[in-house]
Design a protein around this ligand. Structure first.
Ligand code: 9WN
Length: 442
């Protein structure tokens, strides 16, 4: 627990406690009643500041959903109703690679888990005693599982010559309706499928904050395509309409594989550590190679159309997550803090918007098309500090904490008005508040 338990820390802890279902935390109380993959990683970081054993339970629960391939699925379902698409739409049950006692979706999300293990490990080390012992036992038990996750990404999703990790669904990026995917989504040809009713739009004040119906048609159609090949990796690469090298995902894989390698060394798993460092180096090089010659910002690559995807989004700063050559890193940091991004005069808070306010695709209140997401802000502050840019990290973290002072712990915030949007009491937003309080101590 942070030494100075501020009202924000108390309130954030209350959010996690209210969303706690024992060994897992719902991503949000009504909108997302299950355990999401990358949410669980951030949420575990938040729990780690309150209780290291509880943080470790969160990750153990997520791993119950890990497939035999090594994939950690986007959703580990609970029995709670209210979310669409549920298990009956994903139809993963009974497949040979899927655990038979847990229901999961059939895609993945960004690989921030080993980063979470690292951050919780640092907290456990600071706490010492039983927490340090519990962490060491956890790492020894689960190292193999995290290793297999990265190995699967490297193998099943990292075979394209670009070296980028490929995704087969916008939900895999975690930034579902980002303008990053507009051109690739436009190429998805929606076919015949069973009708459906959205649940998400019933839980937000205004449907303009959520993806459009046309987006959902594509999302559901891509699920049909994956079902048609039984989620088999090689076949999926062939049939899927949406096959994109995701530079931000690649950066999270690089960062996580690198810190897992360090933990592997400490465990004496030197051969696996070496393999992980190789994966991290390949992924980092792939991210560097995407730099737009004009802006220096990272780009995604459409593997179907074989062309670069250009969109002015937060994805352009992917190299800040995984690291880059010092001059490149410094230039990107100054861009992020400068007048086109955090310092843009239209912004209510000097924080990274998910899409540039100068982009024609910018919508200040629509999901990943403009709003600021506290958890993404936190990730950038952690990475900036990790890569030696503590001052920039601090500047952004201070603004990030100010944004959360409204106490709603919203999923995202209108970039221009500063209004809270999406779900209230979102678990990973509370986790970001807790993580920031502890970052200042470490
Ligand atoms: C689909 C849970 C998840 C986040 C994603 C965010 C949103 C889901 C949805 O919520 O996506 O995965 O139904 O909209 O885009 O990043 O993990 O918080």
């Amino acid at each position: 627990m942070p030494d100075v338990a501020t009202p924000l820390v108390h309130a954030a802890t209350d959010v996690l406690r209210a969303n706690d279902r024992g060994e897992r935390t719902v991503a949000a109380p009504r909108l997302y009643p299950h355990q999401w993959s990358w949410d669980a990683a951030f949420v575990a970081i938040g729990w780690g500041t309150v209780s290291v054993p509880r943080a470790l339970d969160e990750l153990r629960h997520l791993l119950r959903g890990q497939w035999a391939t090594g994939m950690i699925p986007q959703i580990v379902f609970s029995a709670e109703p209210g979310y669409f698409p549920g298990p009956d739409r994903w139809r993963t049950q009974g497949l040979p690679t899927v655990p038979n006692d847990v229901q999961t979706s059939g895609i993945c999300q960004p690989a921030v888990h080993s980063l979470a293990v690292w951050v919780i490990g640092e907290q456990a080390r600071r706490n010492g005693g039983a927490d340090a012992e519990a962490f060491d036992a956890f790492l020894a038990d689960t190292f193999e599982a995290w290793f297999r996750w990265h190995a699967w990404l490297d193998d099943a999703r990292g075979s394209h010559p670009s070296g980028l990790i490929e995704i087969h669904h916008p939900w895999e990026s975690g930034m579902d309706n980002s303008p990053r995917w507009d051109a690739a989504c436009a190429r998805v040809r929606v076919g015949q499928m069973a009708p459906y009713v959205r649940e998400d739009t019933k839980h937000v004040a205004d449907v303009e904050q959520r993806p459009a119906d046309a987006d959902y048609d594509r999302y559901l159609w891509l699920v049909e395509q994956l079902v048609s090949v039984g989620y088999e990796d090689a076949a999926a690469r062939e049939v899927i309409d949406f096959r994109v090298g995701d530079v931000f995902f690649t950066a999270t894989h690089a960062l996580s594989a690198a810190v897992l390698a360090t933990m592997g060394d400490r465990l004496g798993r030197t051969a696996q550590a070496r393999t992980l460092r190789g994966m991290a180096a390949r992924a980092r090089a792939a991210v560097a190679a995407t730099a737009d010659p004009e802006t220096g910002h990272a780009r995604d690559f459409d593997m179907r159309a074989e062309e670069w995807l250009r969109a002015d989004t937060i994805g352009g700063f992917a190299a800040l997550i995984c690291g880059a050559e010092p001059d490149v890193y410094a230039a990107l940091t100054s861009d992020l803090l400068g007048p086109d991004w955090c310092g843009h005069p239209r912004l209510a808070n000097p924080l990274p918007p998910t899409t540039s306010p100068d982009s024609p695709a910018f919508v200040s209140r629509n999901y990943w098309r403009g709003p600021q997401w506290p958890v993404i802000t936190w990730l950038f502050t952690w990475a900036l500090r990790h890569h030696g840019h503590a001052e920039a990290a601090q500047t952004i973290a201070t603004a990030g904490r100010n944004q959360l002072a409204d106490g709603t712990f919203s999923e995202y915030y209108d970039a221009v008005t500063g209004a809270p949007l999406g779900s209230r009491n979102q678990s990973w937003t509370a986790a970001a508040a807790l993580a920031w309080a502890t970052d200042e101590e470490s």
